[in-house]
Every structure is written in structure tokens, then in C-alpha cells.
Design a protein around this ligand. Structure first.
Ligand code: HXC
Length: 261
């Protein structure tokens, strides 16, 4: 949970719809939004990833709707958006955090393996944005897409995720232009190496942890809280003129080409 850098009520009265909102980085973002006044709808493929998060948010005085749905399938996502908008009356903030990842060399990766990650990350992001358009247009809401820095240079064993996240960044830019006209802001966050996340467990070989840390300009791995604070800023009124940006939260890592693999 984010420390009290921001006023407790900056998201009072807002409704946030967060995919991948049960666990990991976007799990933290969902909790931080709730702690700053937002009502939450969280979405994940697996119900068991949602229940503890819903309980946590409710025990801390928030409201949380948990919806099991797969971002790859439009009908289920359209239904999830409708459920959230029906329950809370509107949606102000959509966070696309659902993502797939594994390490695999390009010459070992199957077409379906590549396609699966692109379907979750890129098509999933589009599906959620598209399904939320009408309700966001009404609320003059906003979208926050969780990306990565893997594709800024080239990251071995990550061709599928790099391609998928490059697509996510393109979606952020395109929609910021097309939907900015409707009063919808569309931004992204590109987290670098954030400790205690599923992505890091999958990507960083334990024997490389120390060596990798020494190459991070900020001198430490990122914390989920670092991304929470960036997200709170971007969705708050303090960022009302920021549109079409993907904010890198990586302690300066990618500039040095700090690779996790
Ligand atoms: C090679 C693999 C594989 C692996 C799956 N596949 N895992 N190929 N190595 N380790 C291939 C399968 O062989 C199959 O292709 C295809 O992918 C689909 O696999 P399924 O298991 O049927 O798919 P599904 O269950 O729908 O999803 C699998 C998954 C998902 C994408 C791996 O379980 C997943 O990603 N879970 C992790 C969630 C996660 O870590 N989220 C955080 C992301 S972090 P074939 O050809 O055999 O049919 C992130 C940040 C990155 O994105 C940046 C960090 C710095």
C-alpha cells in the first residue's frame, strides 16, 4: 500500500475498474486507489486471485466488486464493464494490468505461445478500453495501461512480451489522440524491475539478483509502492493535462540497458 504521499481523499467518489487487480503490481494499484477513496471493480481470470483482495479492501473500509473474466474474450469483458457500471453507476478509471509472461527464446517459442501473450496484453487492453468507451465518455474518465521497458532496447527471451507491450504503448498513444477529444485521458506506466512480483520471479534468475541490482542507477529494485504512487498521480486531477504519456518507473534502469535475463 502506498504511504501517505497524497491526500486520503484524492479519489473520493471515483470508480476504478482494474484488470489483474487481484495480485502483483496492479493488485497494489487497486489497494492504493481504494485507500484514497475510490470504489473498486477488480477483474482476473482466477477467482482465487480476487477473493483475498476483495476481503482486504472491504476490511479496510472500501467497496470492491470482484469479477472473474478473461481479457482475451470481448463478451466477458463487456459484461464485466456492465456489471461494474450497473453497481456503481459509472466508471471513471480503467487500469489495464492483466498480463502474461514467461521466459522463452524466440527459436523455441511456438506461434501459440507468442499469440497467447499478445492476446492477453495487447488485445486484452484493446478489449477493455473498447468495452469501457461509452461509460468513460460519459464520466470523462481515463485509462491507465501497464506496460514495460523491455522493448525500448531488446530483451532476449522476451520477444513475445516486447511485441505485446510495444502494442500496448501504441494503443496508449492512439487512444489518447482519438479519445482525448471526448475528454478521456489515456496514459501508461512502464515499471522496471519491481521486487516481489510474479513478473520478477519469472524473469530474474536468483543468481543474477545482486548483479542486476548493482546496475540499477537508483541503487535498489523498485517496490510495488513506487508504481502505486505513479498511478495515483497520473489518475489524479494533478495530472489533468497529461495525456498520451507512458511514465517509466524504473529508477533509470533501461537507460543503462539493465537486463533481467
Ligand atoms: C514456452 C510457453 C510457456 C513457457 C506457456 N507457453 N508457458 N512456452 N515457455 N514457460 C506456451 C504454451 O506452450 C502454449 O503454446 C501457449 O503458450 C499457451 O499456453 P497455455 O498454458 O495454454 O496458456 P494460458 O494458460 O492461457 O496462459 C499461459 C500464460 C499465463 C500466458 C503463461 O499462465 C501467464 O502468463 N501467467 C503469468 C502471469 C504473470 O506472470 N503476470 C505478470 C506478468 S509480468 P502451445 O504451442 O504449446 O500450444 C509482465 C512484466 C514484464 O508482463 C516486464 C518485467 C520487467
Amino acid at each position: 500500500m502506498a504511504g501517505k504521499v497524497f491526500a486520503d481523499d484524492i479519489l473520493q467518489g471515483k470508480v476504478a475498474f482494474v484488470t489483474g487487480g487481484g495480485t502483483g503490481i496492479t493488485g497494489g494499484v487497486a489497494r492504493a486507489f481504494a485507500a484514497h477513496g475510490a470504489k473498486l471493480a477488480i477483474v482476473s481470470r482466477k477467482e482465487e486471485n480476487l477473493i483475498p483482495q476483495k476481503q482486504y479492501i472491504e476490511e479496510n473500509g472500501g467497496e470492491c466488486l470482484a469479477i472473474a473474466a478473461d481479457v482475451r474474450f470481448y463478451d466477458g469483458i463487456e459484461n464485466a464493464i456492465k456489471q461494474a457500471a450497473d453497481k456503481f453507476g459509472k466508471i471513471d478509471i480503467v487500469v489495464n494490468g492483466a498480463a502474461g509472461n514467461f521466459l522463452c527464446a524466440a527459436d523455441q517459442l511456438s506461434a501459440n505461445g507468442f499469440g497467447t501473450v499478445v492476446d492477453i496484453d495487447t488485445k486484452g487492453t484493446f478489449n477493455v478500453c473498447r468495452a469501457a468507451f461509452e461509460t468513460l465518455k460519459e464520466s470523462k474518465g481515463q485509462i491507465l495501461n501497464i506496460s514495460a521497458t523491455l522493448h525500448y532496447l531488446a530483451t532476449p527471451m522476451q520477444i513475445h512480451v516486447s511485441a505485446a507491450k510495444a502494442g500496448v504503448d501504441a494503443i496508449t498513444r492512439n487512444l489518447s489522440v482519438e479519445w482525448g477529444l471526448h475528454g478521456i485521458r489515456v496514459n501508461g506506466i512502464a515499471p522496471g524491475p519491481i521486487e516481489d512480483t510474479e513478473g520478477m520471479k519469472r524473469l530474474l534468475m536468483p543468481e543474477l539478483k545482486e548483479k542486476t541490482m548493482r546496475k540499477i542507477p537508483a541503487g535498489r529494485f523498485g517496490r510495488i509502492e513506487d508504481v502505486e504512487n505513479a498511478a495515483l498521480f497520473l489518475v489524479s486531477d494533478a495530472a489533468s493535462y497529461i495525456n498520451g504519456v507512458t511514465l517509466v518507473v524504473d529508477g533509470g534502469s533501461w537507460l543503462l540497458g539493465t537486463s533481467l535475463t
